[in-house]
Design a protein around this ligand. Structure first.
Ligand code: MC0
Length: 142
């Protein structure tokens, strides 16, 4: 069951400058940073609020580490902006299976490693009315 907006992924050209915009404009501080080589991103998670299911909601700022990554390709075509939304679930395997059964393309056969030790998968944007959609089970949920 999807129980929260886990994060909104925002593609940017310069992570440090974008982090500074969110800090100076809204007062959001960086909760976590990491490089995910498999996904080809350097990212900063800005924690917005905690939620009653034990998860939390974040803004995820994403700078590509290579041009041929998903975010690199998207930035070259569209420029900066919202890249994807992510719904949180205690059981990404079950939700991905249920959603696949409804005819939506799930991009990975098995969930992969996401931010902060989470398990993630993606739904194809063409099957989701133009929105790249991620499903996330946070590390403490699995
Ligand atoms: C591509 N399209 C999108 C889109 N990316 N539409 C909405 N939102 C996006 N973000 C559209 C394109 O405009 C194009 O439409 C069509 O999908 C095919 O795109 P493409 O440019 O030819 O690229 P593909 O097909 O090679 O790849 C698209 C696909 C890929 C969604 C399969 O980006 C992917 O596998 N994404 C999942 C992984 C990902 O995004 N990782 C980065 C975040 P037209 O109409 O022109 O044909 S990593 C992350 O978020 C982790 C670290 C975490 O949360 O923990």
């Amino acid at each position: 069951m999807l129980t929260r907006i886990d994060h909104i992924g925002i593609a940017c050209f310069d992570l440090d400058r974008t982090v500074e915009f969110y800090r100076a404009t809204y007062g959001f501080e960086v909760h976590h940073t990491e490089v995910n080589e498999e996904q080809g991103v350097r990212e900063a998670m800005l924690r917005i609020n905690g939620t009653s299911d034990g998860g939390a909601s974040y803004l995820q700022l994403l700078e590509p580490t290579r041009e041929d990554s998903a975010v690199g390709k998207w930035l070259a075509k569209n420029g900066e902006g919202v890249h994807h939304i992510a719904f949180g679930t205690a059981d990404v395997d079950q939700d991905a299976s249920d959603i696949r059964g409804k005819g939506v393309r799930v991009l990975y056969d098995e969930p992969r490693t996401g931010s902060m030790g989470s398990r993630i998968t993606f739904l194809h944007p063409k099957d989701c009315h133009g929105v790249l959609t991620e499903l996330v089970t946070a590390r403490d949920e699995h």
